[in-house]
Design a protein around this ligand. Sequence first.
Ligand SMILES: Nc1ncnc2c1ncn2[C@@H]1O[C@H](COP(=O)(O)OP(=O)(O)OP(=O)(O)O)[C@@H](O)[C@H]1O
Ligand SMILES: [Mg+2]
Length: 287
Amino acid sequence: MFIRLENVFYSYFQHTPFEVQALKNITLTINRGESIGIIGRTGCGKSTLIQHFNALLIATQGSVLIDGEKIQKKSSQLKNIRRKIGLVFQYPEHQIFEETVFDEVGFGPRNIGISGQKLEETVKWALESVGLDYQDIHKKNPFELSGGQMRRVAIASILSMRPEALVLDEPTAGLDPEGKRLILKKLKTLREENGTTLVLVSHSMDDLAMIAERIIVMDQGTIGLDSSVRKIFSQGKTLEYYGIKPPTTTRIAELLQEKGFDIGNGILTAQELSERIAEKILKAGKH
Ligand SMILES: Nc1ncnc2c1ncn2[C@@H]1O[C@H](COP(=O)(O)OP(=O)(O)OP(=O)(O)O)[C@@H](O)[C@H]1O
Ligand SMILES: [Mg+2]
């Protein structure tokens, strides 16, 4: 049990006429090493939810526990939590402010007293974890980089604190397909090599089919569904209710089923889809 929410409620502008109840009675456990996708209609509370994971927002009711320790508003504890759980906002490149990539990525570690060779090693590791070459890039001005590179620098600047969990709000939004693929691949490797827990908020079911093992569907401030990625994406009709279209591959598989081409369900990736089709064709050829 790494991150645990118990009966969490959150309201913006509480006790005012403008109060918005954004989370309602959320109970949720995230274990170390999981890879979780959070989906749901716009305004359903995804961004509000993930900001509770590193105490950027504090529940107006209920509790959040990190490694069994209840979040209170003590600053020493909050610092610790934010080092453990790195949060990457939507369009994080808008928050870049240093003049070199090195300073940007090294900002967090420097702040906690890391310097010299250790700092250099940390920055190098963070940049390489997102697929950027240290020598090529560390002296550049972040604003000279392409959109995809800037996004990766922004992710590296959170990674440089070596968080145990990385929580990302729409990490591939607005990127071209190549930029998307690269970031997802790097996040996957990060988890495989370091055991980093991943939580991704995304509107792209295709992205989540590639990277997530568990999916949480939110609905008007509550959790609608919470299950394995295969189970979630194979319930086309239920998903429709939550305003979600399953990944392209899953939909193609369903269409083939409807046309009488029985290739089974729970298909997630293009690789799986092509293998199932090939199997089916080979079997048909034998009759
Ligand atoms: N800073 C804020 N002040 C007031 N209300 C807010 C604020 N941020 C979000 N809300 C409201 O809280 C609710 C949940 O919003 P939230 O941003 O968490 O949804 P979301 O699922 O992340 O949406 P999206 O998919 O559009 O990013 C919405 O009704 C939203 O209007
Ligand atoms: Mg959001």
